[in-house]
Design a protein around this ligand. Structure first.
Ligand SMILES: Nc1ncnc2c1ncn2[C@@H]1O[C@H](COP(=O)(O)OP(=O)(O)O)[C@@H](O)[C@H]1O
Ligand SMILES: [Mg+2]
Length: 257
């Protein structure tokens, strides 16, 4: 069964219809990439998947988004719980700069009331190992998160996201501020994480989509001010080597290499 299912999803900012009629089944324990021109709604769709869209004033969503078959917008569903189950990593690494590396990782747990230091240390180590960062920081866990390199900070944010044990990780251009070596470290990590998590990643980098994802969704828009829409969603190899739509083929030919 798919981990996330989008049925006739339409997304608005006030009166502006930003994304039109998305239907998509996102598989579990796989990486799904969102690609497409700037402004086609990739970030907007991503934010509806963990109810981060609705924190924007006047923003709204219509249609249905199911997690394991259950509507995440159902009347009894707590959006905070949804955001714990479906974590998010942003374009720019955003650790708490003066907080220690260890506390950065377990900030969410401390906020929800966990005070047991031993338990917090265990979760921090496990999450840092899970984010391929443990070996680099184990001797300076008490030093500020802001002292790490950009690539290390992004992996710290991934450690922080997995510390609350989510099932899905959403990543919005997580490597766009990183150098090529740090990018490869994060891509390796994404590849390992899919054994345990369902991952959805927005990327403007075609090579990255081809390298890391199993499925690719190509979004586009007719013109600025028109709603974005899903053009084609398929196995990544099919999208890149044998797309079903000319629009997809043209975009990939223009952007690849
Ligand atoms: N907070 C916002 N308020 C109003 N309009 C927005 C907001 N965020 C994005 N948009 C608009 O929604 C459309 C889709 O944007 P976005 O999802 O950021 O595209 P992408 O991530 O594909 O570049 C664009 O027209 C953009 O200007
Ligand atoms: Mg975006």
């Amino acid at each position: 069964m798919s981990k996330l299912e989008l049925n006739d999803v339409n997304i608005y900012y006030g009166d502006f219809h930003a994304v039109q009629n998305v239907n998509m089944h996102i598989p579990a324990q796989a990486v799904t990439a969102f690609i497409g021109p700037s402004g086609c709604g990739k970030s907007t769709v991503l934010r509806t998947l963990n109810r981060m869209h609705e924190v924007i004033p006047n923003a709204s969503v219509r249609g249905e988004i199911l997690l394991d078959g259950h509507d995440i917008y159902g009347p009894k569903v707590d959006p905070v719980g949804v955001r714990n189950t479906i974590g998010m990593v942003f374009q720019k690494a955003n650790p708490f700069p003066t907080m220690s590396i260890e506390d950065n990782v377990v900030a969410g747990l401390m906020l929800s009331g966990e005070k047991n230091r031993k338990k917090l240390k265990e979760v921090a180590e496990e999450s840092l190992r899970g984010a391929n960062l443990w070996e680099e920081v184990k001797d300076r866990l008490d030093k500020p998160g802001g002292g790490l390199s950009g690539g290390q900070q992004q992996r710290l944010c991934i450690a922080r996201a997995i510390a609350v044990r989510p099932e899905v990780l959403l990543m919005d251009e997580p490597c766009s501020a990183l150098d090529p070596i740090s990018t490869l470290a994060v891509e390796d990590l994404i590849h390992e994480l899919k054994n345990d998590y369902t991952i959805v990643i927005v990327t403007h980098n075609m090579q990255q989509a081809a390298r890391v994802s199993d499925k690719t969704a190509f979004f586009s828009l007719e013109a600025t001010g028109k709603p974005g829409h899903l053009v084609e969603f398929n196995d990544t190899t099919t999208i890149f080597e044998n797309p079903g739509k000319k629009e997809t083929e043209d975009y990939i030919a223009g952007r690849f290499g």
